[in-house]
Design a protein around this ligand. Sequence first.
Ligand code: PLP
Length: 372
Amino acid sequence: MKIESFKLERYFAEYEFSTKYLLSSSDCDGYSLEYILNCADTNELKLWHELKFGYTDSAGSLFLREAISAQYQNISENDVLVMSPGEANFILMNVVLNEGDEVICTGPAYQSLYQIAKDLGCNIKFWYPASGTTYFYDTSDLKRLITKRTKLLIINFPHNPTGFIPSESELNEIINIARINNILLFSDEMYHQLVHDRNSNIPSVCDLYENSVSLWGMAKSFGLAGLRLGWIATKRHDLIEKIVSFKDYLTICNNAAGEVLSYIALKHKEKFIEPNIEKIVRNKHIFMNFVNHNSDLLEFSETKAGSTALVKLKIHCSAYKYSEKLVKETGIMLVPSEMFEYGDKHVRIGFGRENFPEILNVWQKLINDQCY
Ligand SMILES: Cc1ncc(COP(=O)(O)O)c(C=O)c1O
């Protein structure tokens, strides 16, 4: 199988470690090893200090799968498979899909959510949000996309990049649509629980629908992207068997240190997720002020979830050109919407970094100096 290059990741590869300011990252600042170990109790510290670097259980070590299953209402340790999120996505598509299958995916999307299916020869249809500054995924649009040939529906809420989250009743409606049409639902929940107001939290799809697979991991909600660890949770044990056996050709098993550190983070979840939410909300409000000051250039409607927003630029050139100029003149990296194959007039903003206010000051200076 030949795969198209991953536009967003290639764009990051160009600037992420060479430029000064990252204004488009979807992850929050990474926590330090010291921070993680300071959260640990005596037993967890023992696990860390006695850790041996042999192979680990392919499915994920039992202590970790138990801690993961405790995050859900109806999921047991046997319904969980641990692997990196990208690997989970890649394998799932490979074991579920065949050439010619029809797949519906929320768009704009993190590219791997649809690209692997596309390169397997599937017919991809995007479920786009209603147009306007406020993003809203209308279930009547979803209904119109479904046909008898639809095999897989892929959703991603909280959504990267728009920051949209459905209400619980809207989520139930999506599930009903999938259930009535006997469609497997793959729910990328990488930003699960990153909701700006705690009351907007929604359940995980795997707790509500037997024909679904939910994906979550350490990178976004927990601020531990460098652990490279995530998992799927599903009642579909036929899929678990196929996925774990495909994994034998990739990583085989998970990294031992990442498993223990993820376990500690899960056991002290609030110490990881809460500071991230506080930072995101603080930065979002600073950004709203920035937009008010620069309404000739920017259009933004407040987001309710996730760590990112998709912001409209009122410019004549393309978002790509604008971003290239900005990064070259100021060192500020923005992701233009071309990387999401979503027109050329938007950029993604990431709210999860401590130096966010400083970056906006640098951008403001350029706007003042150059009258963009
Ligand atoms: C929606 C979505 N799914 C999956 C991933 C992959 O997560 P990870 O970096 O942990 O592999 C990302 C990363 O940006 C993402 O935004």
